[in-house]
Design a protein around this ligand. Sequence first.
Ligand SMILES: CC(=O)N[C@H]1[C@@H](OP(=O)(O)OP(=O)(O)OC[C@H]2O[C@@H](n3ccc(=O)[nH]c3=O)[C@H](O)[C@@H]2O)O[C@H](CO)[C@@H](O)[C@@H]1O
Length: 395
Amino acid sequence: MNGDALPHAFRLIVTGGGTGGHTYPALTAVRTLQARLAAAGGTLDVLWIGTQDGLEARVAPAEGIAFTTVATGKIRRSSNPLKLVSPANVRDMARVPLGVAQARKVVSGFRPDVVLATGGYVAVPAGLAARMCRRPLVLHEQTVRLGLANRKLASSATRIAVSSESTLPLLPETMRGSAVVTGNPVRPEVLTGHADKAVAALGLDRFDRLLPTLYITGGAQGAQQINDVIGGALPWLLERANVVHQCGPANVEALRQHAAALPAQLAGRYYVTGFVGPELPDVLALADVVVCRSGAGTLAELTALGKPAVFIPLASSAGNEQAHNARHLAEAGAAVALLGDVTADALRDAVGPLLTDSARRGVMAQRARSPSPQVGGIQVAEVQGEFQGGVLVAL
Ligand SMILES: CC(=O)N[C@H]1[C@@H](OP(=O)(O)OP(=O)(O)OC[C@H]2O[C@@H](n3ccc(=O)[nH]c3=O)[C@H](O)[C@@H]2O)O[C@H](CO)[C@@H](O)[C@@H]1O
């Protein structure tokens, strides 16, 4: 089956989530499929299997997508084998069979034409249930190396959609024939934001429009490391830029208190929020420079838009995936990568020239956007996520 020859009434179970990097590609695939079927006079019946505390629990219902949960077990990675058998890991592992049993009931009741899994812990029980119920299982991988959930599911999958050519040689040999390079789908609205709408929606009227705007984002949960580094550089940054700081829902209060000590003029240029919801495209349009982690979703969005970025990768991400992403975009002149322990001084040195020199920003933006040949393991064009409907080719 492919995206051009879908049945009239299509039944899809989509599973994946926890973070934005797994949730938004699933959402984009669902929406694209809905639109394609509607255009052909068909219908999509879709059910999302997620977790109650993941981002998908908010995103799916808000999009009118039927949503259900199953038990999941989070595996805390560690280089120390003793930590792998920690009480928390043992307890969580015990939840996996329960999750599989629950997911099996859901899958056999719904009878999907396909189960699409985009990663995150919840994808494991739902993906295993697909195999048990003999339903086709399609995986989507956002990063160059397979994430933990997709590694667990690889032998059960019918097809795997990957975001980069560079993933193909890394796949288990038995999977290579069923792999298809689709890119990492980016929500289309991310590419069409308006700066003025962000100012109106977030009440940024005290921002100084003669100054550039810096968007700082730590991902859906925020990033303590980024918050700490920004805290150390804040007055200095606010003398040179307006700052929108997405810090994670748990950190908002502490950061607002910290900001209360700023002089009034600088405080007016600082907007702090836990999570950026539907305004994200407009905030990205407003941003002249972005400071962020280098997860695959953020990377796909920033390169598609051509935004100058300073990456502070998550040091412990699987196989140092984020450091790999950051380093290779930096080598292409498309970003600055701050690796290891990052100080406020290092941040000032990286961000300062970008804030004061718009020509420099322009060159970096151009390099981020331009399709380039292989850049040390990541093809910039492929992570741009232009291929919105790509995942459908794998169905
Ligand atoms: C800690 C961890 O395991 N990180 C992984 C996770 O990234 P994680 O999900 O943390 O980050 P990504 O950069 O992949 O995606 C974040 C997504 O959330 C959106 N967003 C974020 C904040 C906000 O306030 N509003 C909002 O909409 C971003 O625009 C983006 O679309 O999955 C990625 C894709 O498999 C991996 O590359 C990362 O290594």
